[in-house]
Design a protein around this ligand. Sequence first.
Ligand SMILES: C[S@@+](CC[C@H](N)C(=O)[O-])C[C@H]1O[C@@H](n2cnc3c(N)ncnc32)[C@H](O)[C@@H]1O
Length: 234
Amino acid sequence: MTMKNIVAVAATIMNNQPKIDYEAFKLETLKAFPNLKLDQYDEEMIAYANEHKVPIIQLEGLAFLKQIVRLHKPQTILEIGSAIGFSASQMAKCSNAQIITIERDELMYQEALKNIEKQNLQNRINIHFKDALEAFDLVKDMRFDMLFIDAAKGQYRRFFEMYEPLLNEGGIIVTDNLTFHGLIFEEIKDRNLRQLVRKIKEYNAFLLENENYETSIFQIGDGISISIKKEGTK
Ligand SMILES: C[S@@+](CC[C@H](N)C(=O)[O-])C[C@H]1O[C@@H](n2cnc3c(N)ncnc32)[C@H](O)[C@@H]1O
């Protein structure tokens, strides 16, 4: 990765990123993943994300995520980090799952709510406006077939440890952004960025070493892991 790219990513973290050309990216991605089947609502959400710099899942990662959902056929999914409800909508539309999604940013939450209702998915997706680190009580009596972790990257391990006891045996935990724009392979000069990258690397190691889970990390999209909860793990 070039210095220019590293600076661009650092700028992203400072909420000042240059616009991604989603149109060009989408055309390229759609060629490779025709089964994405984006509808008018998806297009609108992608346009909104581009306009307002909302970091929704990359389309390549999305194609992968949807195949995971189609293969695993979860009945229940818990998502940490809804943003505008894009990935939750996508998972709902390619499955029969009931989805709980948690978002701590009020603007994001309001936008997600609108998107869910617009698509008439309110019976399938239940969104909570709350910090996921304080939301355990909302879901503690539920059990999930899949967790999708896609929120503050520095907290991934805490999300994992907090919610994995609610995962059924054989269930899966999918985590996004594990290669973080390729930065985990780079030497980083900026101190804050370096700390964040270190946390992501530590999370990757934690996943791979966790004996209760069988984990693979794929360099797809922004880096996605699948961790399968082993039989006999409570
Ligand atoms: C990468 S975006 C999620 C993108 C979304 N999953 C998608 O692909 O459409 C991360 C979101 O997580 C939210 N978030 C970060 N930390 C959180 C936390 N502790 N609890 C709840 N939401 C959080 C952010 O506000 C942001 O909207």
